[in-house]
Design a binder for this molecule. Structure first.
Ligand code: SPV
Ligand code: MN
Length: 609
């Protein structure tokens, strides 16, 4: 490359050059220059934290057709390509130096080969387009949790999503000087056809974990392009490993207990398994719905939401089940709807509790009821993974401590998967180690529409984080076990299961029962209720649930319901131990011995039962 400053001077106009040079960081300047040269955009816009710059992105997204205005003030819709509707796990790969082996589980490609491929895809990819240079802060600003991150993208939709989802970081970059510890992300939607990425066969998402760089090309779906989300989570997991903290696929929420107290919980649920709807339970407060950083600080486990907004699944959001998000999506304010059905400027989606029109416009273009795609499959009015993007501040129950740089004290950690026949609705682990191993590291879940591939298949989902764990798995489990050594007390660990079914395939629990489980967990944290000991953990006593159901939901909870829901499924639990043990024994070479010991003890308890 030519002298990088010459490149920047020749490719940026005065105004943008001035904005970039106001950040005195040579690593950053070199990086921008390198990708300006490679991607060859027509122009480069450096976006600061000013309202004027943020508004510019919002308008650009409308102007270039990536978003369209809807009837309600501030609402827009964005469509991803018909075959670009979810995270592409197969084409998301780590760039690893030759000889580095992180186990087969991590989808990887040899670094020089992967970089060569990526660079050839990115070469000239932004011709005729505008490159946006963006700065954000993962976690609250001015905090030991903060990670600065910058993004280059040619998509105003991606930039707009990030403005809603993250804290702005231009000023932070200015104040941090020549520091080289920040995440870098390069994205291009590639050639567009009718506003969507045309070359999805050339969709690639590569992560260089040593350099903390993400490359993403020929895709728009936010899970593949908003590099600050899951792609940065992967990098944060490695950073956390080096520095002695945890980066998790977790919600963070306040649960209100008796006497005005509030207790904070983290919760890990795989995609589309109730994480967001748990985080938004009315009467409690939401801090975050997707990614949390957890650090031991002065003997306490403290957590922050990495984000400031929600990229949530819209399917089944209706006024009955999710009143808080329903309200946020039905009032004027900044919301991006993606891959919904639009008719007369209004968005519609599956499970909204209203009638859906028989025609309109959706991710497949003009739509009418019964329309089929080119493989002969019927196109649903809205995609199952259709989403909304909204700032947390728009939610009526947003926790006032969302931006607290000190983080919030975590008193309980919850793991929950989609499990039709094995685990009870709520159960406490005997202690941290037992909880992490049997509830977290042993989590399984039936697949959903949030990733490409078949649905309804039971998959191994340790900590709900398996898609993002960028370390040898045993080491990651060990890090989770070890964190308590730096704490004065142990947070409690719980398992939940909202998806238990009866013999005829109907759910054994109502949508709102999770409100009761949360209240019970809050009481357990403070030792306010007892529990029944089982081979697999501690379950609620019937009388406590009976009064909580009355108090929280105004419902009679019968002994019969309790017995059906909390039945000890011995055979299924034994089968699960066998499956989990096999996975760790056969495909995880660095499994901590304690995992096998704890599973073996649980097997013995089950056999004796
Ligand atoms: C998930 O799928 O877990 C999400 C959305 O939260 S994505 O950004 O695609 O990861
Ligand atoms: Mn998620």
């Amino acid at each position: 490359m030519k002298n990088y400053d010459d490149v920047l001077k020749s490719r940026l106009d005065d105004e943008n050059y001035r904005k970039l040079s106001a950040i005195e960081n040579s690593r950053l300047h070199k990086f921008v220059a390198e990708y300006v040269q490679l991607c060859d955009p027509e122009s480069v816009s450096v976006i600061t934290d000013s309202q004027e710059d943020i508004d510019y992105i919002r308008q650009l997204s409308i102007r270039n057709g990536e978003e369209q205005k809807l009837a309600m003030e501030g609402h827009t819709v964005h469509f991803d390509g018909y075959n670009d509707q979810a995270r592409d796990k197969d084409k998301t790969r780590y760039l690893l130096e030759e000889g580095v082996d992180l186990g087969d589980r991590l989808n990887s490609i040899e670094k020089s080969k992967g970089l060569e491929e990526m660079h050839s895809l990115l070469s000239g990819i932004m011709q005729g387009k505008q490159m946006l240079v963006r700065f954000f802060c993962l976690g609250p600003k001015n905090s030991q949790f903060s990670i600065p991150a910058m993004q280059l993208t040619d998509s105003a939709y991606v930039g707009h999503s990030e403005d809603i989802l993250y804290r702005h970081g231009y000023e932070q970059f200015r104040s941090m000087g020549d520091c080289d510890d920040f995440f870098r992300i390069v994205h291009s939607a590639g050639e567009l056809e009718e506003g969507v990425s045309k070359n999805v066969d050339k969709r690639r998402i590569y992560i260089d974990p040593d350099e903390s760089i993400v490359y993403s090309a020929n895709t728009q779906y936010a899970g593949n392009t908003v590099g600050l989300k899951k792609l940065s989570l992967r990098m944060a997991i490695r950073k956390a490993d080096k520095e002695g903290w945890l980066a998790e696929h977790m919600l963070l929420m306040g649960v209100n207990g008796p006497g005005g107290r509030r207790s904070y919980f983290c919760g890990a649920y795989p995609s589309a398994c109730g994480k967001t709807s748990t985080a938004m339970i009315p009467g409690e407060t939401i801090v975050g719905d997707d990614i949390a950083y957890l650090r031991p600080i002065n003997g306490e486990l403290r957590a922050v939401n990495v984000e400031a907004g929600i990229f949530g699944i819209i399917r089944d959001v209706n006024p009955e089940d999710d009143p808080i998000i329903w309200d946020a999506l039905n009032k004027p304010g900044e919301v991006i709807f993606s891959n919904v059905l639009v008719k007369d400027g209004k968005p519609y989606w599956l499970g909204m509790g209203h009638e859906i029109p028989e025609s309109g416009y959706n991710h497949g273009g003009e739509w009418f009821k019964g329309k089929k795609d080119d493989k002969g499959a019927e196109i649903s009015p809205s995609h199952k993974n259709a989403r909304y993007t909204v700032a947390l501040a728009e939610l009526e129950n947003c926790d006032e401590n969302l931006n607290d740089p000190a983080g919030l004290p975590v008193c309980g950690v919850i793991y929950g998967g989609r499990d039709s026949d094995t685990s009870v609705p709520v159960e406490q682990g005997f202690d941290w180690t037992h909880g992490i191993i049997t509830k977290g590291a042993s989590l399984e879940s039936e697949t959903t529409a949030a990733t490409l591939g078949q649905e309804g298949v039971r998959v191994f989902q340790p900590m709900s984080n398996i898609d993002f764990v960028s370390l040898p798995l045993g080491r990651y489990v060990q890090n989770n076990l070890d964190i308590v050594e730096k704490l004065d007390g142990e947070p409690l660990v719980f398992g939940t299961n909202y998806f238990l079914k009866d013999e005829s395939g109907g759910y054994l629990n109502g949508m709102h029962d999770k409100r009761v489980w949360l209240k019970w967990m809050e009481l357990r944290v403070h030792g306010d209720v007892g529990a029944v000991e089982r081979p697999t953990g501690l379950i609620p006593e019937y009388e406590d649930l009976k009064s909580l159901f009355k108090e929280v939901l105004g419902k009679e909870y019968t002994k019969e319901d309790y017995e059906r829901q909390f039945a000890m499924r011995v055979k299924e639990n034994l089968a699960k131990i066998n499956r989990i043990e096999k996975i760790y024994r056969e495909s995880v070479s660095d499994t901590p011995q304690v995992l096998f010991d704890v599973l073996q003890q649980q097997r013995k308890r089950l056999e004796e039962a």
